[in-house]
Design a protein around this ligand. Structure first.
Ligand SMILES: [Zn+2]
Length: 232
């Protein structure tokens, strides 16, 4: 039996039987892991209000190597009331948490995605940026963090670089740009937006207009769906 104590975000909580809950967490040290919380629906004492998404939790788990670990204790260590109190921020957080739930394999640490997700939640909490813009930028980073970065500089088939500032075709199922000689693709990324996406990928934080954010989110959604077929 392995005792685990780690910071965690709640990805999902599903009622199980009369009084238990199966909680799926995205944790700092173990990646995604599901745990049975016995009596969680009857006793609010042990896990309190901790089974709520968007806050960073400290969880204690008992792991016997089975599919489900056992949740011994959970408490909030970083509360984000600013997210809970804003429907758009809450929605953006929910979208990102859902992506993680679908694209992260169980029990595989994803330290970069952990950082990106917590940074996004902090930005949403502080209301520093419009929620959808913050989500779009974090989304591109999350793809890269879990190993599904989109190639936006050169054609994924022939390797020909796309000149800076030029619009390009993107095929999420092929992982990035597909030049016209290689058949192009249905989705098209404008030149300016492609530059901004590259800036984000390089660690920058360019301002995105509402339309740009929505366009990037369509692209990211399509890419996530390629890697997580269960994502509707
Ligand atoms: Zn090509």
């Amino acid at each position: 039996m392995k005792a685990i104590q780690t910071e965690a975000l709640l990805l999902r909580a599903v009622a199980y039987g009369e009084s238990d809950v199966i909680a799926t967490f995205f944790t700092r040290t173990e990646g995604k892991i599901s745990a049975l919380s016995r009596g969680a629906r009857k006793s609010v004492r042990r896990v309190g209000g901790a089974l709520e998404p968007v806050h960073t939790l400290l969880v204690s788990l008992e792991d016997r190597g089975r599919e489900l670990a056992t949740l011994k204790e959970a408490r909030v260590v970083r509360q984000r009331s600013g997210v809970v109190g804003d429907l758009d921020a809450l929605d953006a957080a929910g979208v990102a948490l859902r992506w993680l739930r679908h694209v992260c394999p169980p029990r595989t640490p994803e330290p970069r995605a952990w950082d990106t997700m917590n940074t996004l939640l902090d930005v949403l909490d502080a209301r520093e940026q419009p929620p959808r813009s913050a989500l779009a930028a974090a989304a591109l980073r999350l793809l890269a963090d879990v190993g599904y970065a989109l190639e936006l500089e050169q054609c994924v088939r022939c390797g020909r670089p796309c000149p800076a500032g030029k619009a390009a075709f993107v095929d999420p199922s092929r992982g990035g740009l597909v030049c016209q000689s290689c058949g192009g693709a249905r989705m098209r990324l404008g030149g300016d937006l492609r530059e901004r996406a590259l800036e984000i990928a390089a660690g920058g934080n360019p301002a995105l207009t509402k339309d740009e954010a929505e366009e990037l989110l369509v692209l990211v959604d399509a890419t996530m769906a390629v890697h997580a077929p269960g994502l509707e």
